[in-house]
Design a protein around this ligand. Structure first.
Ligand code: GDP
Ligand code: MG
Length: 162
């Protein structure tokens, strides 16, 4: 079976946009409204000649559970079923309490985590990415999922983690 990569993070940080980049299609559901991914959707992807599955997690439990519990549930799902996790943070917002809570779950699980500092659309955003070293998850990978900036370097790190 193919290795599984789960993409987790708060609503609106750009998970689905990143998944679209990874799979090279406009299929994962992206909208300005948080929580628009109604289910966990699995796609097949390939990078540098290696195939893997990528799971876009969303906010379908949000209405019922509330934000923090919903994001935690996604993280727990990822921890149980994935071989590696991409944790997406909105670098223009910085680390929130919800992000910190997910970090705790991820660190306890011991699965490899690649930290995606998303929405670094240009050079001026690099400092925001650097600030995310504070999460204690290692190197923040500056990425613009919207424009494709930095996604290749991040995927190289993903392949090492898978
Ligand atoms: P999700 O809820 O985490 O799946 O987030 P989405 O992928 O649906 O994206 C939420 C919003 O952030 C959308 O308006 C995206 O266009 C926007 N977005 C995603 N990635 C980037 C990025 O790299 N840069 C900028 N500027 N906006 C982004
Ligand atoms: Mg989404």
């Amino acid at each position: 079976p193919l290795p599984v990569l789960a993409v987790v993070g708060r609503p609106n940080v750009g998970k689905s946009t990143l998944v679209n980049r990874i799979i090279g299609r406009r299929e994962a559901v992206v909208q300005d409204k948080p929580g628009v991914t109604r289910d966990r959707v699995t796609y097949e992807a390939e990078w540098a000649g290696r195939r893997f599955k990528v799971v876009d997690t969303g906010g379908w439990e949000q209405d019922v559970l509330g934000l923090d519990a919903s994001v935690a549930a996604q993280a727990e799902f990822a921890i149980e079923t994935a071989d590696a996790v991409v944790f997406v943070v909105d670098s223009t917002v910085g680390a929130t309490d919800t992000d910190e809570a997910v970090v705790k779950l991820l660190r306890r699980a011991g699965k490899p985590v690649v930290l995606c500092a998303n929405k670094v659309d240009g050079q001026s955003g690099e400092a925001d990415a650097t600030a995310l070293w504070s999460l204690g998850l290692g190197e923040p990978h500056p990425v613009s999922s919207l424009h494709g900036r930095g996604t290749g370097d991040m995927l190289d790190a993903v392949l090492e983690a898978l």
